[in-house]
Design a protein around this ligand. Structure first.
Ligand code: ZN
Length: 456
């Protein structure tokens, strides 16, 4: 039975469990439920908000509604005083309501004490347990609760809710600004509300998307679209300049990483022709990403590369250089115009490949061709590597640990592909050649562009 149904029929259970991610309105709902029960006109699905009980609950001053934070009160003391308290009748309202937030954090003793009360609940006592982690609530407690799951809210649901709040509070805000707040709220209405509140406090006049971007260091889709276009152009200087612009506009490197990865993901979804309402993009943006000259394989390679760099970017002391490294590598995927190998062999099936002559040392081309289709990213790594074949051993010299790691993961499939093409047993050995020139050139290039500015 729904909460509403329970209130309407007057059959109200003794214990409820509200489970769901943080910020989706569990405690808010618990308070509204308490109001519904204790309103002088209640129990009612529409508490009056005027009576003494409603007002007291709004101000968290009601003696009949007790809130306990399980996360900070893990001890048995609170539950003991709760067990004392339930013996007394409610003072003003009809019910004594105990709201225990993050109930899963209670200690085993506290749960046992609670269970004793739940086993013989006094009339007119209602427990509402809220938790982000229902699997940690003992089954003995769960089985005595009516359970409700709270879902993470969609961007549209949060937008609608924020639009209502803005109207009620007479906050002037554009629909675009609301949309970006909802995107950033990431399923949590509480986060969405708090961003809206901050904006309302600081912005004079109508809140626009640029205000949102400035407050939360957020960049709009148009930025990511432009960034993607320069990556596709393969021109490293333009890519780095574009990253610099994002940082100057207030986004930190991790935010650009997050936003870009999200954008690429949306692009993949858009290209798979999922229904438009499943995407976080509007109609024009969907059209724009579908029009980009990228194959699905390349989009997947982008995503793979982004995820490969996640740790680098999160843990690096120099998040900015880590970000620049990722984008340099993305741009390198496109950095082979006029490469005859590219056009000559495109679309040819793998089996047509000529067996390479080890003397001529073109095992590198074979590897690149093998990888081009399925993993352009790895093909790019090989492109930069020094590949030498000696007898049955293919030595691949790469320039850094990162390239090494990337190739290492794909070693078995590379070897079996090579063996198929060359029709003999081959071994592949990976080496790191730190003396390679290229890397230091790249770093110099990056530093030059930004005047060697020190980054956090
Ligand atoms: Zn009332």
């Amino acid at each position: 039975m729904s909460l509403r149904g329970g209130i309407k029929t007057g059959r109200i259970g003794h214990a409820f469990l509200f489970a769901g991610p943080r910020g989706v309105g569990k405690t808010t709902t618990a308070r509204i439920f308490a109001k519904s029960l204790n309103c002088s006109k209640g129990p009612t699905v529409q508490p009056c908000q005027q009576c003494q009980s409603c007002k007291e609950i709004t101000l968290s001053r009601s003696i009949d509604v007790v809130e306990i934070d399980g996360a900070s009160n893990r001890g048995i003391e609170e539950i003991r005083s709760l067990r004392e308290g339930v013996k007394y009748a409610p003072l003003h309202g009809k019910y004594k309501v105990y709201i225990i937030d993050e109930v899963h954090s209670l200690t085993a003793e506290a749960f046992n004490a609670l269970l004793k009360t739940l086993e013989e609940p006094p009339a007119n006592v209602v427990f509402i347990f809220a938790t982000t982690n229902p699997t940690k609530v003992p089954a003995t407690i769960l089985s005595r609760c009516q359970r409700f799951m709270f879902k993470r809210l969609s961007i549209k649901e949060i937008s609608d809710r924020l639009t209502d709040i803005a109207a009620k509070e007479q906050i002037a805000i554009t629909p675009e600004a609301i949309h970006y707040i909802a995107v950033r709220a990431d399923g949590s209405i509480r986060d969405g509300e708090s961003i809206l509140e901050q904006l309302a406090a600081f912005v004079e006049g109508t809140i626009e998307e640029k205000n949102v971007f400035r407050l939360i260091g957020f960049l709009g889709y148009s930025y990511y679209h432009e960034l993607l276009q320069v990556v596709i152009s393969g021109e490293l200087d333009k890519v780095l300049t574009m990253l610099n612009r994002g940082i100057e506009e207030g986004a930190d490197p991790a935010e650009i990483y997050r936003g870009f990865t999200q954008y690429v993901r949306n692009m993949l979804l858009a290209k798979s022709h999922l229904p438009d309402e499943l995407l976080d993009l509007n109609v024009d943006e969907i059209k724009a990403v579908r029009a980009l000259p990228l194959t699905d394989a390349l989009v997947i390679a982008y995503l793979e590369m982004c995820l490969d760099h996640e740790d680098n970017i999160k843990r690096s002391v120099n998040t900015r250089i880590a970000l620049e490294l990722l984008f340099s590598q993305l741009a390198l995927l496109h950095d082979n115009p006029g490469n005859p190998r590219e056009s000559k062999n495109r679309g040819k099936p793998v089996v047509d490949k000529v067996v390479p002559d080890p003397e001529k040392n073109d095992v590198k081309s074979v590897l690149i061709d093998l990888l081009q289709e399925k993993s352009p990213q790895l093909a790019g790594v090989i492109q930069k590597a020094n590949v030498v074949m000696k007898g049955d051993i293919v030595d691949i010299h790469v320039e850094n640990d990162f390239a090494h790691r990337q190739l290492h993961g794909k070693l078995p499939s590379m070897i079996s592909a090579l063996q198929k093409v060359m029709k003999k047993d081959v071994k592949v050995e990976l080496h790191i050649d730190k003396k390679e020139r290229k890397e230091s050139d790249l770093v110099k290039n990056i530093k030059g562009l930004f005047d060697g500015e020190e980054v956090r």
